[in-house]
Design a protein around this ligand. Structure first.
Ligand code: NAD
Length: 430
């Protein structure tokens, strides 16, 4: 994994590399470019380059051993001109303010691409849920909701799961919010268990959206899924369900990975077995001895590569050695801007994160609609509606890329930022 070096005596080259690994800075760079291409004013860039609101909270939690630990959490709201903000809450040791801000901007872009009536939001807590008990996680989740309760709500800002958070954590958060407000508020949060107003198909929505993007990209590149060789980095919610969908579609999943390493077999992996043995944090490689590194896996021969774990995985250093002809970004920010350029020049079709991983927020929106109307849809209805949204969004971005002669990432930013820009203008903010 590439990390940002903090030394002050950096060479020009190292400074450039640091900049490209800075997700917030690269997001601003592409937003500026997208607004310029669309002919919007610099004032709009000044408005949209930062979140409107960023709340930092400190959450005291009584730990099981009787001590009190104070956790730091964030909630960022990028722009609410279109409607309430929406976005997940991440529990991870590497959560930081800049990343949360960038992720909230990406949520605005995802909602713009899929034409949802939301702006972008995002939250995170610096913690490691892998070493916390169930009770500690519940107290932390409830404490976070109490800390941010003034700025969130079903018509203000609607959280959801993200890395290392799940439907149980959403259930605790929804319960805490309902207690504070003294009425049941299922529409406060999405990604809930079905029995508490969750939507059919939400758990697999991100992977399904990625699957649809792979199918559409395959059509453009003349790659049939049947027999296609796929490598997936990350075996959590997004990665493992995607592996299952690919396997069911007749593709050959020849590589997967988790935080500890990667498994690779050119003859295809036993996906059902791996899903059966993985733990709730998406870890499975620790059960094997023939493990390679994540970086080695990314460079293996394959047709389709799907980074579905963390950011900054494909950089200027390894982009030349990527063998896939299609890269579909299930994770947020796995490819730097420099690497995007290299892949584009090499003719690799890159489906950017803000399009590829938009299935999650789309079905989250369906969940919120169902909560608001109190009437629930079948899984078939949800999947059909999701399919339409993803295919339309893919085609819109693909055509934009062709018309403006830009790469798919810039095309996605152009489509994604337009709605926030127009809504902000109509409201008279700029
Ligand atoms: P998850 O917590 O369920 O799984 C994460 C996976 O990544 C695990 O297999 C973990 O072992 C692996 N991982 C963690 N650190 C790693 C490292 N340093 N190197 C390699 N692998 C590592 O998370 P998820 O929900 O599957 O999310 C994965 C990515 O997809 C994230 O970037 C997330 O923001 C993005 N995403 C997820 C959703 C969703 O609905 N789940 C929606 C949009 C985007």
């Amino acid at each position: 994994m590439s990390i940002i070096k903090t030394s002050e005596n950096l060479s020009e080259e190292q400074k450039k590399e640091n900049e490209s690994l800075d997700l917030f800075l690269s997001t601003q760079t592409v937003i500026k470019e997208a607004l310029n291409k669309l002919g919007y004013s610099n004032e709009l860039f000044e408005l949209l380059k930062e979140p409107l609101r960023m709340l930092t909270v400190r959450i005291p939690v009584k730990m099981d051993d009787g001590t009190v630990k104070v956790f730091t959490g964030y909630r960022s709201q990028h722009n609410d001109a279109v409607g309430p903000t929406k976005g997940g809450v991440r529990f991870h040791p590497e959560v930081n303010e800049k990343e949360v801000k960038a992720l909230s901007i990406w949520m605005s872009l995802k909602c713009g691409i899929t034409d949802l009536p939301y702006g972008g939001g995002k939250g995170g807590i610096i913690c490691d849920p892998r070493v916390m008990s169930f009770g500690e996680l519940e107290r932390l989740s409830r404490g976070y909701v109490r800390a941010i309760s003034q700025i969130v709500g079903p018509t203000k800002d609607i959280p959801a799961p993200d890395m290392y958070t799940n439907s149980q954590i959403m259930a605790w958060m929804m319960d805490e919010y309902s207690r504070l407000r003294e009425f049941d508020s299922p529409g406060f949060i999405t990604g809930k268990p079905i029995v508490l107003g969750g939507s059919q198909g939400r758990e697999t929505a991100t992977a399904r959206g990625v699957t649809i993007c792979i199918e559409e990209a395959g059509k453009k590149k003349g790659i049939d899924l049947l027999g296609a060789r796929i490598i997936i980095q990350g075996f959590g919610n997004a990665g493992s369900f995607l592996a299952k969908f690919m396997h069911n579609a007749g593709a050959m999943v020849i590589g997967i990975s988790d935080a500890n390493g990667a498994l690779y077999d050119p003859k295809g992996l036993d996906i059902d077995y791996l899903i059966d043995r993985r733990d709730s944090f998406g870890t499975v490689t620790n059960l094997f001895t023939n493990v390679i590194t994540n970086q080695e896996l990314l460079e293996k021969e394959c047709d389709i590569l799907v980074p579905a774990a963390i950011s900054n995985q494909i950089t200027a250093q390894n982009a030349h050695r990527i063998k896939a002809s299609i890269v579909v970004e299930a994770a947020n920010g796995p490819t730097t801007l420099e690497a995007t350029k290299i892949l584009d020049e090499r003719g690799v079709l890159l489906v950017p994160d803000i399009l590829a991983s938009a299935g999650g927020v789309t079905v989250s929106y369906f969940e919120w609609v169902q909560n608001n109307q109190g009437y629930y849809w079948s899984e078939e209805e949800v999947v059909e509606k999701l399919r339409k949204v993803m295919i339309d969004s893919f085609e819109n971005i693909y055509q934009t890329a062709q018309v403006y002669k830009v790469d798919m990432r810039l095309a996605a930013y152009m489509v994604g930022i337009k709605k926030s820009a127009e809504a902000s203008s109509f409201r008279g903010w700029v």
